[in-house]
Ligand binder design. Structure first.
Ligand SMILES: [Fe+2]
Ligand SMILES: [Fe+2]
Length: 195
């Protein structure tokens, strides 16, 4: 059963998504994006349980997961047709979408989303998780944070979908730093078994 905190997080994040003047397009179907964010948040909850994350890390990670890709909506608004064209090309990618975004626009949807969330006054720990969800090695933190949970959850959800590897990959250098890779296989098995 969903707890009240969980419901509150989903309702708040859904409102934040809706606050953006974005129309759904073939290149960026907003409902699909929102479903992906909810799946990532559910996965965060499972991983948080497996790593015995504290209640505060769990809560911040859940919020960050719900909002982690909001920067795609921001980039769609900011770059219009150029961003739509990039997303069309990204269907047969040479490299992950975020790298293509960074190469073309000088920033990617993680940093764009984080800028928005900072403006909206979300806590720094949530903003960091969104900013670095594809590039967690750029953090200075050496412990398990909301960023860790969002990065792993997002990668597992994407990798579970056809073509998902094009979107993101697990950052094994970062996980190595936290000594998590050995546990990853165990979680992956446990998480899949829970489906
Ligand atoms: Fe992303
Ligand atoms: Fe994502």
């Amino acid at each position: 059963m969903l707890g009240l905190d969980t419901v509150r997080g989903i309702v708040t994040s859904a409102h934040l998504f809706e606050a953006l003047p974005s129309r759904s397009t073939k290149e960026l179907p907003v409902a699909e994006l929102w479903n992906h964010c909810v799946s990532t948040a559910v996965m965060v909850r499972r991983i948080a349980w497996h790593v015995r994350a504290s209640a505060s890390v769990n809560r911040a990670a859940f919020t960050a997961a719900l909002l982690h890709d909001v920067g795609k909506v921001v980039m769609n608004l900011a770059h219009g047709e150029a961003y739509a064209a990039l997303r069309r090309r990204a269907e047969t990618p040479q490299r992950p979408l975020w790298q293509e975004e960074e190469r073309l626009f000088g920033h990617h949807h993680g940093t764009a989303g984080a800028l928005l969330l900072e403006l909206w006054g979300l806590p720094g720990i949530v903003v960091e998780a969104v900013a670095l969800h594809h590039t967690p090695h750029r953090t200075r933190e050496g412990s398990t944070t909301p960023l860790t949970l969002v990065h792993i959850a997002n990668a597992l959800v994407h990798l579970d979908n056809p073509g998902g590897a094009a979107e993101t990959q697990l950052d094994f250098n970062y996980l190595q730093r936290l000594l998590l890779p050995g546990k990853l296989d165990l979680w992956q098995t446990a998480l899949t078994a829970e489906d």
